[in-house]
Design a protein around this ligand. Structure first.
Ligand SMILES: [Zn+2]
Length: 253
């Protein structure tokens, strides 16, 4: 778990003009040009990197975040000896801060940057006002909410039924889609958190995939060498989730 003091360094970089970064976030891409155009003045686009904290637990969310190629991890706490556990990772298919749309500003999870990249953020109160009004943004958010619920069920089933190596392969493929690159930074500690598995088990799974020349790990980065082979190795849950998002948000096709 990163320290919340890391938040002090967040957004230290200059804000990037909206149009300087292509819109890859699938929720924003699902909106009509005129709808997105009206929202543009409210967005601030920045480069962020781990372990910046975007919002803390049990508090209000100041901003909602739409990753363009960054990955945001939402982490909750378990009672007793369990400690931190990832609830969900959000990439360019979604938005971090769904509770703002659903119930208001409160958050029960902590959101921090897992993968460096660009995010677009908007003041939570402005977003809630825009998304609460009937219209295209409201519809997109309802569809996204449905997709997130279905995804949560699939993740639970995956953790219960599929072995670590299969899940690890699926997560690597999903991350490749989110960042749009074959190579990306990967900290084993974070992968362990995301897969809900011991670090030793995650290391073993990565080594096994590397021995079979499906991936290459070096200096904190992983490169997907054989995506097709990795696909065959995975349990396929990431593909089920992807198909669900495509069905519910047709613009993702
Ligand atoms: Zn699975």
């Amino acid at each position: 778990m990163p320290s919340t003091t890391a938040a002090q360094a967040l957004y230290a970089s200059e804000t990037i003009p909206f149009d300087d970064v292509p819109v890859r976030n699938q929720l924003l891409a699902a909106l009509d040009v005129s709808v997105l155009g009206a929202m543009k003045p409210h967005f601030r686009t920045s480069y962020v990197e781990p372990p910046a904290v975007l919002f803390g637990t049990a508090g209000s969310i100041g901003d909602v975040h739409f990753p363009e190629n960054a990955i945001v991890s939402l982490v909750g706490s378990t009672a007793g000896v369990g400690g931190a556990v990832e609830v969900e990772a959000v990439g360019n298919e979604g938005m971090a801060g769904l509770s703002v749309f659903l119930t208001g500003h409160e958050s029960t999870v902590q959101g921090f940057v897992l993968g460096a990249g660009v995010v677009r953020r908007m003041d939570a109160r402005i977003f809630r006002e825009l998304a609460a009004a009937p219209g295209p943004l409201h519809q997109v958010m309802l569809s996204y909410t449905h997709a997130v619920i279905l995804r949560a069920g699939q993740t639970l089933a995956c953790r219960a039924a599929h072995v670590l190596q299969q899940r690890c392969a699926g997560w690597l493929l999903e991350t490749r889609e989110r960042v749009g690159e074959d190579e990306f930074p990967l900290a084993e500690a974070f992968l362990s958190l995301m897969l809900g598995a011991r670090r030793s088990g995650v290391l073993h799974a990565l080594r096994s995939l590397e021995d079979r020349r499906l991936i290459r790990c070096e200096r904190g980065t992983v490169e997907i060498v054989d995506a097709h082979g990795l696909e065959q190795e995975s349990c396929g849950c990431h593909a089920v989730v992807r198909a669900t998002y495509t069905r519910l948000l047709p613009s993702l096709a």
